[in-house]
Design a protein around this ligand. Structure first.
Ligand code: FA5
Length: 350
């Protein structure tokens, strides 16, 4: 190897050993490989060499260039690794398994109400279903008797993905899957379909004290032979009396939803005045809580169940509103605020 090249190689090795920061390393890279660097100068100087020397010298310088680039790259990696290690070493030691001092976590009020409702429905023989937040147009609308261009879609404008899927606007989106999942056991073994499905829903709407763009519902369905509105009233009264730990009366008013026939709005006797009339219930004695009804024959049929043989009820409980009523939360936006001071005051015992 050419002597000049050899001595540069040794110098590079020695300098690299002494370098301890990335900025020094960058200066060194420029001094060898930059436009005015020593290796670049060797390459430029080749034009003055005799033709027979050029080939061997050129090969040596190229090898040196490759050597320098590789060593500088290795050194960069090493310095970066050392920098990260030093940062980690300087961080305070935090033992995640240590018991918390003066600080205990708490469940979100919606989680508390959801768990309570789940436990109550489980005790009445319902299964608790899990379902995705991203669903198809078919699941959310078409399978539940809301065809394309149906005006009922206007009430549930939601967020669409580029692939045509959407963030579900109602837990009713799980109904078809539930009917298909448990339909065979109903038809073959006479096991009634009894399922609840709690889930996050999304709607593209202006927010106010009672409306959020992200909120929770709990869907419930029961299908068997001879299911009637009386079954619906019984289950709702039992569940709500458990949630509020007092006897709750319910009443049904007509309400339109394409997936039920007949459809209802279920009201509960006012929690604040017991039905006497007060500002919270607009002096009517009733609070609107949960739309419901008898599952539409088209929905049963689409779920593979013969509506001439079986009937069922469905409800779409507003879990977020239920949590507000239970805990006296006046503004729905507090629930998504992430404000720990207001959210951590609720416990299972409330
Ligand atoms: C529905 O979503 C129907 N899928 C419910 C249903 C299911 C009816 C099965 C019949 C049979 P609605 O749009 O009214 O209906 O919403 C149901 C409940 O969700 C409301 O009563 C309310 O408590 C809650 N809700 C709806 N929109 C919002 C919102 N923007 N913010 C908070 N809660 C909401």
């Amino acid at each position: 190897m050419d002597e000049k090249v050899l001595s540069l190689k040794e110098r590079i090795d020695k300098e690299l050993e002494e370098i301890s920061s990335l900025s020094e390393l960058d200066n060194m890279r420029v001094s060898y490989l930059g436009k005015k660097g020593s290796i670049t100068a060797l390459l430029k100087g080749m034009k003055d060499l005799a033709a027979d020397q050029k080939k061997a010298f050129g090969a040596d310088v190229n090898k040196l260039k490759e050597f320098a680039s590789q060593r500088i790259e290795e050194k960069t990696e090493e310095l970066r690794r050392r920098q990260v290690e030093a940062e980690i070493a300087s961080m305070p030691v935090f033992d995640v398994s240590a018991p918390a001092e003066n600080c205990t976590g708490s469940y979100h009020p919606i989680t508390l109400v959801q768990r309570q409702c789940e436990a109550i429905f489980r005790s009445m023989g319902f299964t608790v279903e899990d379902y995705s937040e991203v669903v198809t147009d078919y699941e959310c609308f078409e399978a539940v008797n809301i065809p394309k261009d149906h005006p009922a879609r206007d009430m549930q404008d939601t967020y669409y993905l580029e692939n045509g899927q959407l963030l579900k606007s109602q837990t009713t989106a799980a109904q078809n899957a539930i009917l298909r999942k448990y339909g065979p056991a109903l038809k073959e073994n006479g096991v009634p379909i009894k399922a609840v499905f709690p889930g996050r829903c999304f709607r593209n709407e202006a927010t106010d004290a009672c409306h959020e763009n992200t909120f929770f519902q709990m869907e419930g369905v029961m299908v068997d032979k001879n299911i009637s509105i009386s079954n619906l009233i019984y289950f709702m009264e039992t569940m709500l009396s458990e949630v509020f730990q007092k006897e709750i009366k319910v009443r049904l008013r007509p309400g339109f939803f394409p997936f039920v026939e007949p459809g209802f709005e279920l009201d509960i006797s006012c929690l604040f005045c017991g039905g006497e009339g007060c500002p919270s219930c607009k002096h009517s004695g009733w609070l609107e809580l949960c739309p419901c009804g008898m599952i539409h024959p088209n929905v049963l049929r689409e779920g593979g169940i013969d509506p001439d043989e079986y009937t069922g009820f469905a409800f779409g409980l507003g879990l977020t509103r239920l949590a507000m009523m239970k805990y006296g939360i006046k503004d729905i936006r507090d629930l998504n605020s992430g404000n720990l001071r207001s959210l951590s005051q609720f416990t299972d015992d409330n």
